[in-house]
Ligand binder design. Structure first.
Ligand code: 13P
Ligand code: SF4
Length: 334
């Protein structure tokens, strides 16, 4: 085992343990061994690479992952996702050690809402309640009244009186979609996800002409013109469930490509086509999510690093709006 101080220094610069792994070891078997030895659970988001999804104990969307993190009895939560997700796990279950294979696995949407700037915006709307999408930092959560995810946002908004004034942050696309769905006029923060803004209306339309029977299924973080093409709009779990239940045999999937792994696994007789981005790069792969690799996952379990740490006062302030989300979700059976 490499010297722990050298390993820690590596994390400060690289964000992950930059240690050579013997090419002959079976990473799948080693990860299983470490899970048992350390009483660790691996939680993975659907946008993780297929190998990581295959070793995970639970794969889910942001809501499912938060619920799992809250109730687990494991001593270590290994979070195969991005920073705000691992941070949420720590906020909810602080006595657990929460590990993230690469600390630099961030989120463009979360970055689009710096708490200092948002605080000024919030102060300009003193009579508004703040509903914030879970894709944000702990600092943003601490400034919010209720957190939501794409699975429960509509339910949460509709649980509030019609006349309640609301600020919705940080995703303007999800916010606009929710305004349309609920008939509200929430004030929107101007943030967006770099992955979901990349899809091309023109290319999806052309694809649809070549596959006339295909259902277009899209994540609500996409822009409005793209969402207008969709037969179904939902969270990653929503999209997966729709594909499983639908009679259709072909689907054009307008979200990050990682979800295709579970779609293909659970519906081997159906065809899933990733929606094309508006250029020729693989931009509908989230560069943040894809920073995690099976090797980094193994190393972080072996060395129990990098670990998510947080000031207790911030954790308590950030927990309140998440608890409110979880209570409302439970009340509505989500
Ligand atoms: P959900 O998994 O909640 O659908 O969110 C998608 C996403 O962009 C996560 O970063
Ligand atoms: Fe953030 Fe978008 Fe990546 Fe999700 S897909 S982690 S919202 S940048």
């Amino acid at each position: 085992m490499a010297d722990i101080n050298t390993a820690k220094q590596a994390i400060e610069t690289a964000g992950f343990l930059n240690i050579d792994v013997d090419a002959n070891i079976d990473l799948f078997a080693e990860i299983e061994r470490l899970k048992k030895e350390k009483n660790a659970i691996v939680l993975a988001h659907y946008y993780q690479e297929p190998d990581i999804q295959d070793v995970a104990d639970y794969i889910g969307d942001s809501l499912g992952l938060a619920q799992q993190a809250e109730k687990t009895n494991a001593d270590i939560i290994v979070f195969a996702g991005v920073h705000f997700m691992a941070e949420t796990a720590k906020i909810l279950n602080p006595s657990k050690k929460v590990l993230l294979p690469d600390l630099k696995a961030g989120c463009s949407l979360s970055d689009s809402a710096p708490p200092e700037l948002f605080k000024r915006f919030k102060d300009q709307h003193p009579d508004h309640l703040v509903i914030t999408y879970i894709n944000c930092s702990a600092g943003m959560k601490a400034l919010s009244d209720i957190i939501c995810t794409s699975s429960n946002a509509q339910t949460i908004i509709e649980s509030l009186p019609k006349e309640q004034k609301i600020i919705f942050a940080p995703d303007k696309n999800l916010g606009a979609y929710l305004n349309k769905k609920t008939g509200r006029n929430m004030v929107l923060w101007n943030g967006a996800c770099m992955v979901h803004e990349i899809f091309s209306v023109e290319k999806i339309t052309k694809l649809k002409i070549r596959h006339p029977q295909a259902k277009v299924i899209a994540h609500p973080e996409c822009e409005e013109p793209v969402l207008r093409l969709a037969d179904y709009i939902g969270s990653t779990t929503g999209l997966l469930k729709y594909a499983q239940k639908s009679e259709a045999k072909e689907f054009i999937v307008v979200t990050e490509t990682g979800i295709l792994h579970q779609m293909q696994k659970s519906c081997p007789d159906k065809t899933f086509i990733p929606a094309p981005p508006n250029n020729s790069c693989a931009c509908n792969d989230c560069p943040h999510m894809k920073l995690n690799t099976l090797e980094k996952l193994y190393l972080c379990m072996e060395y129990e690093l990098p670990e998510i740490m947080m000031e207790e006062s911030l954790r308590i302030a950030a927990k309140k709006p998440i608890d409110r989300m979880l209570e409302i979700s439970k009340q509505y059976g989500l």
